[in-house]
Design a binder for this molecule. Structure first.
Ligand code: ADP
Length: 784
């Protein structure tokens, strides 16, 4: 089918597609249109990666908008939201407006009501439904990208319930679900009352094979010689072979999938030795610039490691990377500047980074629940392999697994190359999932009785798949009981209502168990406040003061940040609850992914636990309660990371001390900020006097500073490091920024004029201009 023959789209769209080089629909796209895609028909498209699913979604959304409707595109990852938005923005010239909504789970984002296409994660959509966003019932078309993730234990239930609610709000809603090829796409289609379009068609051929000895054995029976020198490894030889084209155009990039972040980094170091041989003089210059840009993002060891390999044409990619780093790497790979990325499987599910060759080096991964190395799922390996082949650049893509003996080769063919992907199963009947979703369903008025709830649950994938109605009923009853005991819902005969606090919990997007934990902790703080304050003061006085008071009245920041290894004295501000107590409280909730205890940690944190016990908001579990005690310590370790962050310990030291990447620090910080914000709301709603302490702890996490810097760090463009430098130069507040001599400010900011101007402007200074200011006019002690 030709794109020119498409009807029902906004004017100009078909011509624009033609100009983009899309003249013919790919076969699965044509099948979708024939099935009624542009007439509002619901559809499940289960087709391989890179076979044009996005256009299927766009055709549905654009035709729905042309009929006066509004579309929602649900992405599985935040990182994908901005990519999709940028992609859809090319329709703006035809009058289509696009908005993206990811952050802040407790807002309704009313401004989105003016947009034709809204891009959001499933969690965000779920929270928008809970907060009764007014535009929700105007939706006519919803796209669910990577719908096979309903199978995911953590995130699946949210997607499932959200789709069920959206369909309930508008029974004639068009649902377009995009899926990888899974074993039971038909079941997903049944659930959504949708037509199934299923296909193995790919725009570029994919050759799959296993490398063993000196050759790749492909699934079509062919072989490609790729010798491996004695003592060398297979993956570098395969990367070199892909780059060994006959001419420039034939030079192929590689994606190497490994099973851990550490392996991604070490593999990238090895591959950099290979790619270094293939880069031209011009590329070397560009790569050096890119490496400098990477170092500019943050001065951490990860950043440094990344810059080092990027300078040689290789990179690593994992969830511990800062978002800016990820984008830089992905863009440079698409531009063919970076020749090889070593990645953990997160990349496979993520953004569009096609590659000539994909090498799945590790097909097993450590799994804590399983207690050892576990083979990856077929679906996951197929998604990695699907990244092979760059349309328009490669004649075909190659996906290669590695074997060292014939038995493994045969196993890999059986297990992955010939195998069908697994079936997907609803994970909704698990208690944690139902806890959250039942409360939300009651609070947002989707059901008012037990029967109503069960009827609502009947519209989920779980109900389509199960023969055992009893199980869902049993879990529902257990969860309702839990919610009632904790005061989130109340029964009035047959009618179930959310209590006021229940409504708040649902709107805050908290797991009710997190809310219960937070409320318990804050009540404990209120009850034991005076006694604990006495205990804390006693502690502080009985310990020698570690930090010296400067004659000038404030402590030297450099000493605080570096000599204080974080294991130091109880906070000297003698407030209660203390920041650490509050961090620990939010870190013990199921909404925070806690850090694992490594070997030796148990002793370290047990000691810390007793040392800081007066600050912790709750009774320390007995050491004999193994699981509870471990959890308590993991929460303490996580809380300690947050405390280090708010004590201005360098990011690099934090990553070292806790064995995490800079991206993880950000992740923990964001979650803590959200949970502390929720705790603040709960405290004020329950009239607990800790609301102020909670707010201060939240601000400190947000900026990563001690309390004396809160005012400064809140100025746009300042941040934790500059705030400390300014403070040391005697500029201690926003007001000081407005009045201090400019030369003083400039010297404290190490002579960066543009930065200084922006900061002064943000602080509300009338004349922020730095022209004619001479840094050397500043007194010596203004230079940190
Ligand atoms: P998927 O979402 O299935 O992984 P994409 O939608 O990202 O794949 O499509 C991959 C590439 O194919 C995109 O660059 C897209 O522009 C291109 N494409 C999609 N449909 C067509 C078509 N009918 N003709 C030519 N190119 C197409």
């Amino acid at each position: 089918m030709r794109t020119a023959d498409l009807t029902g789209l906004p004017d100009g769209v078909t011509d624009a597609l033609h100009d983009e080089g899309i003249e013919e629909l790919y076969p699965p796209q044509a099948e979708a249109v024939e099935a009624g895609l542009t007439d509002g028909q619901s559809l499940v498209a289960a087709v391989p990666t890179a076979s044009g699913k996005t256009l299927v979604a766009e055709l549905a959304m654009l035709s729905s908008i042309a009929r006066g409707g509004k579309a929602l595109y649900i992405v599985p990852l935040r990182a994908l939201a901005s990519e999709k938005k940028a992609e859809f923005e090319r329709w703006e010239e035809f009058g289509i407006t696009v908005g993206v909504s990811t952050g802040n789970y407790d807002s309704t984002s009313e401004w989105l009501s003016s947009r034709d296409i809204i891009v959001a994660t499933s969690e965000k959509v779920d929270s928008l439904v809970r907060n009764n966003a007014s535009w929700m019932d105007e939706l006519t078309c919803v796209v669910s990208d990577e719908v096979h993730l309903v199978n995911d234990r953590h995130r699946g239930p949210t997607l499932e319930v959200t789709l069920a609610k959206l369909r309930r709000l508008n029974p004639s809603l068009q649902v377009v679900a995009l899926s990888a090829t899974v074993g039971n796409a038909g079941e997903v289609a049944d659930w959504l009352d949708a037509t199934l379009v299923q296909s193995d068609w790919r725009p570029i051929d994919l050759k799959m094979g296993v490398h063993i000895g000196n050759a790749i054995n492909f699934d079509d029976g062919s072989q490609r010689e790729v010798p491996v020198a004695k003592g060398d490894r297979q993956a570098p030889a395969l990367v070199a072979d892909a780059l060994d084209g006959d001419d420039d155009d034939d030079q192929g990039s590689s994606l190497v999938f490994v099973n851990s972040r550490r392996n991604a980094e070490s593999a990238a170091r090895r591959m950099a030795g290979v790619t270094d041989e293939y880069i031209t003089g011009v590329e070397r210059g560009e790569l050096a610039e890119l490496a400098a840009e990477i170092r500019d993002v943050s001065d951490t060891e990860t950043s440094d490691n990344l810059a080092n390999v990027v300078a040689k044409g290789a990179a690593f990619h994992h969830a511990g990377l800062a978002a800016e780093h990820r984008t830089l790497v992905e863009d440079a790979f698409r531009d063919r500047l970076i020749k090889c990325i070593c990645a953990t499987p997160t990349l496979a599910a993520g953004v569009n980074t096609p590659s000539r060759r994909v090498i799945v080096r590790d097909w097993q991964r450590y799994d804590g629940d399983y207690g050892g190395m576990k083979p990856l799922e077929v679906l996951e390996v197929h998604q990695m392999m699907g990244r092979a082949g760059r349309p328009g650049l490669d004649p075909y893509g190659e996906a290669v697994l590695l074997a060292s003996d014939v038995d493994t080769r045969d196993e890999l063919f059986e297990r992955y190359i010939w195998a069908e992907a697994e079936e997907v199963y609803s994970k909704l009947a698990a208690e944690p999932a139902l806890r959250t979703h039942l409360l939300a369903t009651v609070a947002s008025g989707f059901a008012h009785t037990r029967e109503g709830l069960l009827e609502f649950l009947d519209q989920t994938l779980y109900a389509t798949q199960t023969d055992d109605d009893q199980r869902l009923e049993q879990v529902t009853d257990r969860v309702l009981n839990y919610l009632e005991v904790n005061g989130f819902i109340e029964f009035d005969n047959q009618t179930i209502r959310a209590t006021s606090i229940g409504h708040t919990v649902s709107r805050l997007y908290l797991d009710p168990m997190s809310a219960a934990e937070i409320i318990d902790g804050l009540e404990w703080a209120a009850k034991s406040r005076n006694e604990k304050l006495r205990e804390l003061e006693g502690e502080v006085e009985s310990k020698p003061k570690k930090q010296r008071e400067e004659p000038g009245g404030f402590q030297r920041a450099s000493e605080m940040a570096t000599s204080d290894d974080g294991d130091g004295p109880i906070e000297t501000d003698r407030t209660y609850p203390t920041a650490l107590g509050l961090f620990h409280l939010v870190c013990r909730t199921p909404d925070m992914y806690q850090l694992y205890l490594k070997s030796g940690d148990r002793e370290t944190y047990t000691e810390l636990c007793y040392e800081r016990e007066p600050e912790l908001l709750g009774r320390v579990p007995s050491e004999y309660e193994d699981v509870a005690f471990e959890d308590w310590l993991s929460a303490l370790k996580t809380a300690k990371l947050l405390e280090d962050w708010t004590r201005e310990v360098d990011e690099d030291r934090i990553t070292d001390r806790y064995g995490v990447g800079p991206g993880d620090i950000r992740g923990k910080v964001e979650t803590a900020q959200w949970l502390l914000g929720a705790a603040e709301r709960l405290a004020s709603e329950l009239d607990l006097d800790s609301a102020l302490a909670v707010r201060e702890a939240k601000k400190r996490v947000e900026y990563g500073v001690r309390d004396e810097l809160l005012d400064l760090a809140g100025v746009r463009g300042v941040g934790r490091k500059r705030a400390r430098r300014l403070f040391e130069a005697g500029i201690e507040t926003r007001a000081d920024l407005r009045e201090a001599p400019k030369a003083h400010v400039l010297a404290a900011l190490r002579g960066r004029r543009k930065t200084a101007e922006n900061i002064l402007e943000a602080a509300g200074r009338k004349d922020p201009s730095m022209d004619d200011v001479d840094e050397s006019d500043a007194p010596d002690d203004a230079i940190p």
